[in-house]
Design a protein. Sequence first.
Length: 131
Amino acid sequence: IDLVENFALELGGFWHADVNFSGRNVDVDVGVAGGEATIVFKPEQFGGLFVRAGGQYSKMYLRGDVLGVSLDGIGGYEESGMGYVFGVGYDAPGLISDNSSIRVAYTRYGALGGQSDTSSNFFSLGFIFHF
């Protein structure tokens, strides 16, 4: 959503895949999922270069069993809360159509699950449709 010239609002969701650790006496799933809202600043003099910053709400979890003891039976581990989002990237407009662009970006998600000591760095290549 374009707010004013050079600024836009982006809303999105993320899901950092379930990771399953299976082995001798261990079967554990770990994951994080959430939603984000960011303000994007894209100065015209730098072409498709942009920076984005905002907030996210996410939930982290740990489920499964270790040494035959179910983590689900003792509540497992689950944390949720607010954190920050910061990123930089480049949009290459018009490669496929006038209303789309290809995006290459780096995004840092901080304080995942509301925990200050958790973060994730995410590199992406994607297709953006402008409406």
